[in-house]
Design a protein around this ligand. Structure first.
Ligand SMILES: Cc1ncc(C[n+]2csc(CCOP(=O)(O)OP(=O)(O)O)c2C)c(N)n1
Ligand SMILES: [Mg+2]
Length: 1038
């Protein structure tokens, strides 16, 4: 009786047809399940015809019925159906039919009770409850997983405990499982009670906890969910909007027994932990007072990265580009990228001199590039760690851009061969907005790298700041949810759990080509650096840390206890690596000089000579033949021949372009077209990126034509210029400056044979990308001996549009130029102009003509080296009728003019010239208009400085000498404390050996870049023009 009722209770939630299918396939499993519930104690004495001795018989009947309901007598069939459907005790049984053929009423009497079953509601409710319970674990299980090796914060700042799956905050106490079970059931959240624990429930298709079984007792369901979601791995993924992806993850974490490692794998893991741990120990022993930002407390990072790389290599990746902050960087260089140890150790020697040009950087910022065989997969693998500044997370978009470029150059359109891994600190990952900007690039067609694996060294502290004061989100990784990236939190003191999530992360990336995050919840054994005292600020945490056994020791003990290794083998592994370190240390003493070049993250093979020098120190002329100019001009003014409806307004613009070509002239847009189109012909890839660049903020460019009737039907004529031309990429970016400029800088790092341009919507917006400019573009070569030819197009000009859209802040770029204002260089030197360019940290220009803009873009590629190029570009000049250039100034033999000298009446009779005005950019047109209006063409000469930096001392000296009787003045439309004045004035004075004053005609100093009042703007302009042409203006100052 007792036992049978157990059967009935267990059967209840299943329908006969379902059980037949499942149980007949898995008879042994079913039998095992059956056995587990024998102890069930529900009151079941209600079936009058059953006794304890008949239970075996009933059980047999039951199995037979499961196999085939027709194989048992009809009365048994009805009985099992009824009990299965939840018939209350005593009602499931109905007497067999009489032997004589029955009347109709008899037949009616033996109809199964199922349809009329009163407990159907309960049955459905229980089933739904179990499904909800499973879902609750999938969604919130990570909140109760044991993630924190210290058992203090548990990585999850959301202190509320999910009412449906947890009862205690003491997550390290294994007894919690029992307690949770009790809370779940007794008065629990889902209306289940303790008596339901041994009932068997059919599992939904959205779980894999059943393994081969499709039904399990509730107790086992909960146990398995606990195993999958509440141990050392916390999986956050249920926010992902894609069912297939969710199923994939569930399968990876729920399938019973899926987390298995061979002994070989365990030994490899131990060996990697040995290296990681002993490397830091070695540095600590040798240089105990040096900052190295050691990995102690997260030693598992090294095997974690190696696992990601191994698995990715196995899946076809042969180039991994990495970016990481300070923490554990030396260890990664040594043990992941395999930089020679002596090269690392000699960085600690303060007596070594630097061998290369440049000022260098501290050892924990340097990059690296290395090609080797992956020992696990036996495949070639190239690893590159991008050099980075101190600014945390700033390298993220740079790594992405470099990855995109490497994918582009090897035709890897799906990211199967090249991938990136980004490492983060917990505080920085949560705090820095650039992380968010970078995530938003991850799925954009022209920016995607088809998935990045993010690894967070979550030591639960940022310098001295507790996470509770450092972020508002429960986890430091919540930012990744925005792109539906799964997040695997893992207790870093469980190396096997870490290895498992790293494998899954790599598989995820190679399956779905989307970002994924591994959150290594660990601790920081020392202070922020090795000199810091952490007890000042985190006393309790550090008391716990002092008690914490190192992970290597814990894991070694585990493997010894499992018999996977023995103690001598383990000790041998340690002394082997210690010996390697000692030998390298001895060799490092032979190093006489430091070579920063050894730390280059992006070599450009073939571009330089073998010893890293430019192949020449000349630059060919940048002009083109008339045919080429005409051909590009024609294409630039064309529309697709067939089936393409172009906007009427645009066709007028293109027609006007056609007219310009016919007249052999170019405006700004056409000049840019000519430069791009010709470089594409020469095999140079061009990539123009930024907000709204396809059309151009000022609607002048129109590089992408849109069919007016068909969505997404576009044409990029630039890509149809020449047979076998290089591809042209023009892409509207997300509304980000920091992220996108960083990305383009990274793209430009990969190859010298591409013109990579970033255009700001208005020049001043570059200030939200200041970190990329200050930390990478300006000093990049000096710090990391790495050249970069990125071009910044910064719309600039005082046009009465208010303070925000006027200034690209030229003063900032000029202030950061490395040429000496007080020293006149040797102007007689051969190739003075090229040498000057070679020595500068970046080139700053403000072109006043389209033709010069064309030349400077082409020069950027024809130079035998690469320097960043900052161009202040015009707004109103884009359509100014005088801002045109004839083909004649762009033909073969012509070149970029660093200075455009006066060529009017004043130049014909220079001795009569009373004033030589120097200026740059658009104000030139205001000045010439005013000069004309005042009839002063003979008295005032106007010379344009087109290349501000490096400063064209040579050409300007010629200009000054030409006008011996002229006083000199610098004229700018910007305010005096802004613009170019502070840069130009001392250099002009140096040019003339301080023989004359250099006067100023321009706006007064101001806090804002421009007035918001149109009238004031015009008054200021008139005033500066008055000063420029008032020949007595400076009399009283002389
Ligand atoms: C953008 C930026 N702001 C501030 C700092 C100064 N700083 C250096 S390390 C650090 C704490 C970083 O904490 P976390 O990201 O958790 O990395 P951890 O040092 O703990 O590995 C801070 C604030 C910096 N390097 N970069
Ligand atoms: Mg931290």
């Amino acid at each position: 009786m007792f036992h049978l009722r157990t059967c009935a209770a267990k059967l209840r939630p299943l329908t006969a047809s379902q059980t037949v299918r499942t149980f007949s396939q898995n008879r042994p499993a079913a039998a095992r399940t059956f056995g587990q519930v024998r102890g069930y104690t529900a009151p079941v004495a209600a079936e009058p015809f059953l006794s304890g001795t008949s239970s075996n018989y009933v059980e047999e009947m039951y199995y037979a019925w499961l196999e085939n309901p027709k194989s048992v007598h009809k009365s048994w069939d009805i009985f099992f159906r009824n009990t299965n459907a939840g018939a209350p005790p005593g009602t499931a049984y109905q007497s067999p039919l009489p032997l004589s053929p029955g009347s109709l009423s008899t037949v009616a009497r033996v109809q199964p009770l199922v349809e009329a079953q009163p407990n159907v509601d309960k049955l459905v409710e229980d089933h739904l409850a179990v499904q909800s319970l499973i879902r609750a674990y999938q969604i919130r299980g990570h909140h109760v997983a044991q993630l924190d090796p210290l058992g203090i914060l548990d990585a999850d700042l959301d202190s509320s405990v999910p009412a449906d799956i947890i009862s205690s905050t003491d997550k390290l106490d294994l007894a919690v499982f029992k307690e949770r079970l009790r809370m779940l059931t007794v008065g629990g959240f889902y209306g289940l009670d303790e008596s339901d624990l041994d009932k068997v429930f059919h599992l939904p298709t959205t779980t894999f906890i059943g393994g081969q079984e499709s039904a399990l007792p509730l107790r086992e369901i909960i146990r398995r969910l606990e195993m999958a979601y509440c141990q050392h791995i916390g999986v956050e993924f249920m926010f992902i909007n894609d069912l297939e992806q969710c199923q994939w993850i569930r399968q990876k974490f729920e399938t019973p027994g899926i987390m298995q490692f061979t002994n070989e794998e365990k030994r490899t893991l131990l060996a990697r932990l040995v290296r990681s741990t002993r490397f830091e120990d070695f540095l600590q022993r040798k240089w105990s007072s040096e900052k190295r930002f050691g990995l102690e407390g997260c030693e598992v990072l090294i095997p974690a990265l190696k696992t990601i790389i191994d698995k990715s290599s196995e899946n076809g990746v042969d180039y991994v580009i990495m970016g990481m902050p300070h923490r554990g960087r030396l260890n990664v260089l040594a043990n992941v990228i395999r930089k020679e140890l002596e090269q690392i150790f000699c960085q600690f020697d303060s007596k070594l001199e630097a061998a290369d040009e440049g000022s260098g950087d501290v050892k924990y910022h340097l990059g690296m590039y290395h090609r080797r065989i992956n020992r696990v997969t036996d495949r070639n693998i190239t690893l590159s760690l991008v050099a980075n500044p101190s600014h945390l997370e700033a390298a993220d978009p740079v790594v992405m851009g470099k990855t995109k470029a490497e994918q582009f150059y090897c035709g890897d359109t799906e990211g199967k061969k090249v991938m990136s891994i980004l490492l983060h600190g917990d505080a920085a990952f949560a705090g820095q907005g650039i992380v968010y900007e970078t995530f938003h690039l991850s799925d954009l067609p022209s920016y995607t790298t088809h998935g990045t694996v993010h690894v967070v060294v979550n030591n639960q502290i940022g310098f001295t700041t507790d996470p509770r004061m450092a972020r508002s989100s429960p986890y430091p990784t919540d930012v990744a949810r925005v792109v539906n990236a799964p997040i695997f939190h893992v207790n870093a003191d469980d190396p096997e759990a870490v290895m498992y999530v790293c494998k899954v992360a790599a598989e995820w990336r190679s399956t779905f080509h989307k970002d994924v995050v591994v959150d290594l919840v660990c601790y920081r054994r020392n202070g922020h650096n090795e000199m810091d005292e952490p007890m000042f600020t985190q006393p309790l945490m550090y008391k716990q840390i002092r008690k914490q056994k190192p992970v290597l020791q814990k894991y070694a003990e585990l493997l010894v206890s499992q018999g996977v290794v023995n103690q001598p083998e383990y000790e041998e592994e340690i002394s082997k690596y210690d010996k390697i370190c000692e030998e390298a240390f001895t060799r490092s003493k032979d190093e006489k000089i430091l070579h920063i070049k050894h730390w280059l993250d992006s070599p450009w093979p073939g571009f330089f000579t073998l010893d890293g020098q430019p192949r020449s120190m000349t630059c060919p002329p940048t002009g083109l033949t008339e045919d080429i100019l005409t051909h590009i001009g024609n294409v630039a003014s064309s529309v697709p021949v067939e089936n393409f409806t172009i906007h009427g307004g645009l066709s007028r613009i293109l027609k006007t372009r056609g007219e310009l070509v016919k007249n052999r002239t170019v405006d700004w847009a056409l000049a840019e077209y000519m430069a791009f189109g010709s470089l594409l012909k020469e095999g140079i890839h061009i990539r123009l990126s930024g907000q709204d660049v396809e059309r151009g903020t000022f609607s002048h460019r129109h590089h992408v034509l849109h069919d007016q009737n068909v969505d997404k039907k576009t044409c990029i004529p630039m890509n149809h210029l020449w047979p076998n031309q290089a591809p042209y990429t023009v892409c509207n970016s997300s509304l980000s400056e920091y992220g996108v400029l960083g990305f383009e800088l990274g793209f430009a790092m990969a190859s010298p044979n591409a013109l990579v341009l970033w255009e700001a919507q208005f020049g001043d917006f570059h200030n939200t990308a200041q970190c990329i400019i200050d930390q990478f573009i300006c000093p990049g070569q000096a710090k990391w001996v790495r050249q970069n030819g990125i071009v910044l197009l910064l719309p600039h000009g005082m046009e009465g549009m208010g303070p925000e859209h006027s200034s690209a802040r030229p003063e900032r770029f000029l202030q950061m130029c490395n040429d000496d204002p007080d020293v006149l260089p040797n102007l007689e030197e051969a190739n003075f102009d090229i040498n000057q360019l070679y020595d500068c940290n970046w080139i700053v220009v403000n072109c006043s003509t389209p033709g010069n803009f064309f030349h400077v873009l082409r020069r950027q590629i024809l130079l035998p080296f690469r320097k960043p190029l900052i161009i202040f570009t015009p707004k109103s000049l884009l359509r100014h009728p005088e801002a045109r250039t004839s083909f004649d100034e762009m033909l073969s033999g012509t070149h970029f003019q660093r200075v455009i000298p006066e060529d009017g009446l004043a130049a014909q009779n220079p001795a009569n010239v009373r004033r030589l005005l120097f200026c740059t950019g658009k104000v030139y047109y205001d000045l010439t208009r005013e000069r004309k209006a005042r009839g002063m063409a003979e008295q005032v000469a106007i010379t344009r400085i087109e290349q501000l930096s490096p400063f064209p001392f040579d050409l300007l000296l010629q200009e000054v000498r030409k006008y011996p009787n002229a006083e000199l003045a610098w004229c700018q439309e910007e305010h005096k404390n802004q613009g170019y004045y502070d840069y130009v004035k001392p250099r002009l004075r140096t040019t003339i050996s301080r023989a004359k004053p250099v006067w100023y005609a321009g706006r007064d100093p101001a806090a804002a870049p421009a007035t918001g009042n149109k009238k004031t703007h015009l008054t200021e302009l008139q005033r500066l023009l008055d000063t420029a042409f008032d020949l007595d203006a400076f009399k009283n100052f002389s």
